[in-house]
Write a protein that binds this ligand. Structure first.
Ligand code: HEM
Length: 483
């Protein structure tokens, strides 16, 4: 069968699936009951967005993956009810694949008392890290300097910024977690970053879906799903080496990073076994912080620079505000954000349109509950569609347009918006939000203070994306022209 005929056959298959649903394949639980694995495969092959199901079937419908029922929740009001109002009815859904990898350790795939204690500890470290000249702000500013130097080396010629940005962002989280940064041409570190990006990409692929639907079969047959497991274990091994080195010259009175403060916490919580402060858990929390903190922030900054290239007038307005509030040679600080409403609004709009975690991380109902007017039995998996919140026509004036005005009032002051959920919401929201926002503000502002970003000659910037676990722009090149 040639490619065109194959696509045509798949299109007809999707249409017939739609027809089957339109005729009303009633589920006991919800109005819609489809095979999620089939849908995901078709979505992957044909690039269809699962949001279209919400347009047809409303803010709550259900799907099936193997024997697992999945409730799919869309729209600001319903997602908020699920994540915030009914927060105690749901916990993190630990998929079979990630259950196998994490075994209850770390931050992302644990629950209950141990998760709460580990999460509180991580959030506090990420917010209050460092003193004097070794603050979070200082580390980010230093990394901005290295990134600007690396961009300058390109001398205004077209280049793909992804590797340099990814390395800079990984260095910030690396400094906070294990006290070390790497040069942008370090081959071993680049290999580790590629491995980490590959895992994130494969996590959003159908292989992960099929593993979750049929774990005992998939664990026995070869395929890219095994790469996810191997890559996570390699990353954990790399981080365990850092822990071992730290133990050799650890001084509890002079904590250098997350490892040092965690080692002290292990001592402090010796009698609180349930909180699980131990060396093994430390390594897996580090995996979560490193993995969670690198790809997401990198992708958001790549979107930000792409939007600036696409909309040069917006870029000019940001630069005008930078010149007015900071000047060309002073170093931007976090305190500057309060007096830069336009730049702040542009970054918020980048988060909204970038929409980098479209389907959030899944939950599971831990008791019988009711959402909207639907009964959801204990054990049902729930996906909250953050994409539908960030594009909800009932909340945003021009949801389909990149419009920083969404975050500005009529006087040009910054205004918060209720439906701004890129980091999710409720008590399980992203623990790295503060760090990510600090990093993005400083990196974005310092880059635009130093350069103007233009498309490669003769090329029109494209806003096309590719979907793994995160939604990232297609690889692109630009010219960073010194100002
Ligand atoms: C633009 C940047 C980022 C975005 C958009 C983002 C978004 C998210 C989202 C949507 C979740 C799922 C929350 C939920 O289940 O309700 C999440 C979880 C998580 N994020 Fe982020 N994140 C970002 C940056 C970071 C950074 C910098 C770190 C680490 C320093 C981080 C670490 C984590 C971890 C560990 C989790 C799992 C938390 C848990 O299960 O309790 N993220 N993030």
């Amino acid at each position: 069968m040639n490619g065109q005929k194959f696509t045509w056959t798949l299109q007809n298959l999707v249409k017939s699936l739609y027809r089957r649903v339109e005729r009303g394949t009633k589920s006991i639980l919800m109005p819609l009951d489809l095979e999620w694995g089939v849908i995901k495969t078709l979505v992957g092959v044909m690039g269809r967005c699962p949001n279209s199901f919400a347009h047809i079937y409303g803010d709550i419908f259900s799907l099936r993956r193997g024997s697992t029922k999945i409730v799919y929740v869309s729209g600001y009001k319903m997602v908020k009810e699920a994540l915030v109002t009914q927060v105690d009815s749901f916990a993190r859904y630990v998929t079979p694949l990630f259950g196998e990898i994490y075994q209850g350790r770390g931050l992302s795939f644990s629950n209950g008392y141990s998760w709460r204690k580990q999460q509180q500890f991580a959030v506090s470290h990420l917010k209050n890290f460092g003193e004097g000249k070794k603050t979070l702000e200082h580390h980010i500013q230093r990394e901005c300097h290295f990134l600007c130097e690396a961009f300058k080396e390109e001398q205004g010629h077209p280049f793909d910024p992804l590797v340099k940005i990814n390395n800079a962002v990984a260095n910030v989280i690396g400094t906070l977690v294990f006290g070390q940064r790497y040069e942008y041409d370090d081959i071993q570190f680049q290999k580790l970053l590629r491995m980490s990006a590959e895992s994130v990409h494969l996590t959003g692929s159908v292989w992960n879906e099929w593993y979750d639907a049929f774990p005992s079969i998939m664990s026995r047959i070869p395929g890219p799903h095994h790469i996810i497991i191997t890559n996570y274990r390699r990353l954990a091994a790399f981080l365990k080496e850092k822990i071992e080195k730290h133990k050799l010259d650890w001084d509890p009175n002079e904590p250098r990073d997350y490892i040092d403060t965690y080692l002290a916490e292990i001592e402090k919580r010796k009698n609180d076994k349930e909180a699980r402060f131990d060396l093994d858990n430390l390594a897996w929390c580090m995996v979560d912080l490193f993995e969670g903190g690198t790809g997401t922030t990198t992708t958001t900054l790549c979107w930000a620079l792409l939007y600036m290239m696409k909309y040069p007038l917006i870029q000019e307005k940001v630069q005008e505000e930078i010149d007015r509030m900071i000047g060309r040679s002073s170093i931007c600080t976090l305190a500057d954000k309060a007096s830069m409403p336009y730049t702040n609004a542009v970054l918020h709009e980048v988060h909204r349109k970038g929409n980098i975690v479209p389907l959030n991380m899944s939950r599971v109902a831990i008791k019988d509950t009711t959402l909207g007017s639907y009964f959801i039995p204990k054990g049902t998996v729930m996906i909250t569609n953050l994409s539908s919140v960030l594009n909800d026509k009932r909340e945003w004036e021009t949801p389909d347009t990149f419009n920083p005005g969404h975050f500005l009032d009529s006087g040009g002051h910054f205004r918060r918006r209720d439906a701004f959920f890129p980091f999710s919401a409720g008590k399980r929201l992203c623990p790295g939000e503060y760090l990510a926002r600090a990093e993005l503000f400083l990196l974005f502002t310092i880059l635009l203070q130093t350069f103007t970003f233009c498309p490669s000659p003769g090329e029109e910037p494209s806003l096309d994306s590719h979907l793994g676990f995160t939604r990232a722009p297609m690889p692109y090149k630009f010219c960073a022209v010194p100002r």
